[in-house]
Design a protein around this ligand. Sequence first.
Ligand SMILES: [Fe+2]
Ligand SMILES: [Fe+2]
Length: 234
Amino acid sequence: MTEQHKYSATDKMSDLICDNYSLLMVMSRFGLSLGFGDKNVKDVCEAQGVDYRTFLAVANFISEEQYSYNDAGSSLSIPALMDYLKRAHVYFLDFNLPAIRRKLIEAIDCSEANGVAFLILKYFDEYAKEVRRHMEYENEAVFTYVEQLLQGRLSDTYSIATFVSKHNQIDTKLKELKNIIIKYYPEKENNNLLNAVLFDIFNCEQDLASHCQVEDYMFVPAVAQIERKLKNEQ
Ligand SMILES: [Fe+2]
Ligand SMILES: [Fe+2]
């Protein structure tokens, strides 16, 4: 029995993007580039060597916003999903957070060595450090473990359940930062720059939350299934 999802393999890729522009991010995190003309999802993915089922599963998961993923992992490629998550980490750490920091500095008055502006920047830097720790742990510990699993090797000391018990939400602190800016930043005549950076923070918060949901509801169950399979074989 197949479930009816929002997007299918024969939909035009350009229609997906126009329907939900956050799928642009999903595309680039799968390593897909633009300029695909009128090709459908399956053809765009196959032309660029990407597993189209995994792309579609993530695109639907993110767009349906119901955060329940029940596909038993059968049509999901774990290497493709891991590539997607790794590229997302690079995006957050090396592009998005540094860009927000630059915009913040431009938007707030940092001329005083203390005060709200100073506090905001300090808070942001602590937050970025926390995100880095979170993602580097996933890159180093979790993905390495899963790569070994994919080669058929179970570990005596680590399992995906360990990751689940440690996996904390990283968007909470960003919410607090946003609140400090909204509630306490001194009034100025022109708020365009500050509003622009707030928009970026709102987007980043949403993007991080859905990133974590993909990990919890798609990646973890798929890995757990491989663990079970390997245990049964032993
Ligand atoms: Fe992650
Ligand atoms: Fe995570």
